[in-house]
Ligand binder design. Structure first.
Ligand SMILES: Nc1ncnc2c1ncn2[C@@H]1O[C@H](COP(=O)(O)OP(=O)(O)OP(=O)(O)O)[C@@H](O)[C@H]1O
Length: 278
């Protein structure tokens, strides 16, 4: 199988079909089906440890599906070689929560870095593209500043500009609103929506923030209890009478979502062994 350059006509960017994901013998999520299309913002929500990061790892091919099929830009990840996977990843932008910037490079050079690594564009073109992306995150006039001269919120936006500089078709965000004040949260949410529309890409975000994600998402997925509990538009989920979904949306402390991390066979074995040592 070859890695196709063109997106399939269906405009499907990321598709999970009956996917199980986990680590070794441990399955975190079962039977996940999901279709993310060009132009969509999709929010992945769920309690702590429910498997959101595991889903992102599946999408980037960091972990392989235990069952089912994961397709990125129409390519089945189980059938891609390491080099094909690398070229698929070049079409994705990933923004980690700690999107670490290079402290010895200024803002401009941080954003230019992927262009210098992966393209042979002339300097004039690099200048144009980097300033364009910095403009998109409102930091064009900060291009010359050192990383120590910008605030934490600005650093997050520089990391975002860097994640989009290769004009990815899929952008994955790991908790883009974490640690931001309410105004910056609103600005970041709008930025994600605008970039998705402008680049005509797809954006998948892991988030705990119901208000911000519901304001921009085309689809919200809630994972928990080892499966996809719900997927639908923000309006669908808001009107759902499922107790788990309502507890999640309203952030209620009491309800079906457990506070305790569930015991696993590995924990029982560890406890057994620890008790025997005493
Ligand atoms: N590398 C790993 N090896 C083994 N188990 C792992 C690994 N990474 C995560 N897990 C387990 O997988 C489950 C899901 O973890 P994951 O990080 O996907 O959750 P999450 O929904 O992103 O959580 P949070 O919101 O707290 O970041 C947890 O039970 C976790 O202990």
């Amino acid at each position: 199988m070859t890695v196709s350059d063109a997106t399939p006509p269906s405009d499907s960017i990321l598709r999970f079909t009956g996917v199980s994901l986990g680590y070794g013998d441990f399955t975190v999520l079962r039977d996940i089906s999901l279709d993310v299309r060009r132009g969509q913002v999709v929010a992945m929500m769920g309690g702590s440890g429910s498997g959101k990061t595991t889903l992102l790892r599946g999408a980037t091919g960091q972990i392989r599906a235990q069952a089912g099929v994961i397709e990125v830009f129409g390519n089945d990840l189980a059938r891609t070689s390491e080099s094909q996977l690398r070229s698929l990843r070049q079409r994705m932008g990933v923004l980690f929560q700690q999107g670490a910037l290079f402290t010895d490079l200024n803002v401009f050079e941080n954003v230019a870095f992927p262009l210098r690594e992966h393209t042979r564009l002339p300097e004039a073109e690099i200048l144009q593209r980097v300033l364009d992306k910095l403009d998109a995150v409102g930091l064009r006039a900060a291009a010359h500043l050192g990383i120590s001269e910008i605030s934490g919120g600005m650093a997050r936006r520089v990391a975002l500009a860097r994640a989009i500089v290769l004009e990815p078709e899929l952008i994955l965000y790991d908790e883009p609103f974490a640690g931001l004040d309410p105004i910056s949260m609103g600005i970041t949410a709008q930025l994600i929506r605008d970039l998705t529309d402008r680049l005509h890409c797809a954006s998948v975000l892991i988030t705990h923030d119901v208000q911000e994600s519901f304001s921009i998402a085309d689809m919200v997925c809630i994972v928990g209890q080892g499966k996809m509990l719900a997927a639908g538009t923000p309006a669908d989920l808001s009107s759902s009478d499922n107790a788990y979904i309502q507890q999640f949306i309203q952030g209620k402390p009491d309800g079906p979502i457990a506070f305790h991390y569930p015991a696993t066979p590995a924990f029982d074995a560890w406890l057994d062994q620890s008790a025997r040592r005493k």
